[in-house]
Design a protein around this ligand. Structure first.
Ligand code: ADP
Ligand code: TZP
Ligand code: MG
Length: 268
């Protein structure tokens, strides 16, 4: 199974970033307990508005008024899963796009079953690392806890199959990010290996994917632009950091500073 693969042009990223910043989308975030603050700061820095509403008594009301929803199963347990499924149902009823981040799917049966059941609930996008995407597509993904043991390139076929099966845009990330609708595939060759040494870069990326999907006229471009923005900010942050401990501050700064006009200039 193959699709046409092209590198995402910077002017597509520029157009998408301009659109998102003009709308400041409200993103409903149901994520794991490790990355809450980093995810909220990432969304604020790039121009969205995060809210971590998690109670099962509140999630349906909030998913209906949010512009997009993130479901991340990183520290899922029974009550959180119940809230996630209520939020997904309400998002679908309201036409709110929702994103699945299948953290460590394939490693543990409880979360694997939970995430696979969610695939029938029309996710607008799925963003995961190589191991997670292979497992979600029904293969043996491997995975070392939350980390991938499979390259994104080795997971591309699984990503394409998953997109065709679910109708979602699938982003499989790693040294190269691939973003596919099952027919057309964008690649993003940006980023830096140091991004794997700071917890939450993948989780925060999935939240940014949700932000870009809010009212998106072209979902493939929206998800690809989210991947490109994060990877570009990571690359820039590495230039002025000494390692994982000093990465986060310049990363958030880069997310805020990167400007569509600058991207259009770089595209020339
Ligand atoms: N080897 C690498 N080189 C460059 N960028 C990378 C590399 N590995 C991951 N990234 C970037 O790090 C971010 C998180 O991706 P990834 O590590 O695949 O997700 P996760 O944290 O969910 O496992 C993405 O922006 C991705 O492009
Ligand atoms: C360490 C950890 N444990 C459960 S969720 C989580 C965070 C995973 O973050 P990411 O997928 O962005 O590396
Ligand atoms: Mg992850």
């Amino acid at each position: 199974m193959t699709t046409q693969i092209s590198e995402l042009p910077f002017n597509v990223l520029a157009d998408e970033l301009e659109r998102v910043r003009a709308n400041t989308p409200l993103v409903h975030v149901l994520t794991n307990e490790v990355v809450q603050c980093f995810t909220a700061n990432t969304l604020l820095a790039m121009g969205a508005s995060p809210a971590m509403v998690v109670a099962k008594e509140e999630v349906a009301d909030f998913a209906a008024i949010a512009d997009a929803l993130l479901i991340n199963v990183g520290t899922v347990y029974a009550e959180r899963l119940e809230a996630m499924n209520l939020a997904i149902a309400a998002a679908n009823a309201a036409g709110t796009p929702w994103v699945l981040d299948p953290v460590a799917v394939g490693v543990l049966p409880y979360r694997t079953a939970a995430a696979k059941a969610m695939l029938t609930q029309q996710p607008a996008a799925i963003r995961g690392n190589g191991s997670e995407i292979i497992a979600l597509a029904g293969g043996l993904g491997g995975g070392k806890g939350v980390d991938s043991t499979a390259s994104s390139t080795s997971a591309l076929e699984a990503a394409i199959a998953l997109a065709q099966e679910t109708g979602a845009i699938v982003a499989v990330t790693g040294a190269i990010d691939y973003i596919t609708d099952g027919e057309q595939t964008w690649s993003v060759e940006l980023g830096h290996p140091l991004m794997t040494k700071v917890v939450g870069t993948g989780c925060a990326l999935s939240a940014v994917v949700a932000a870009f999907l809010a009212d998106a006229p072209n979902r493939l471009n929206a998800v690809a632009a989210a991947c490109a923005l994060m990877a570009l900010a990571g690359e820039r942050a590495v230039e002025c950091s000494d390692g994982p401990g000093t990465f986060v501050a310049p990363f958030l700064d880069a997310l805020a500073i990167i400007h569509p006009a600058q991207l259009r200039q770089a595209a020339l």
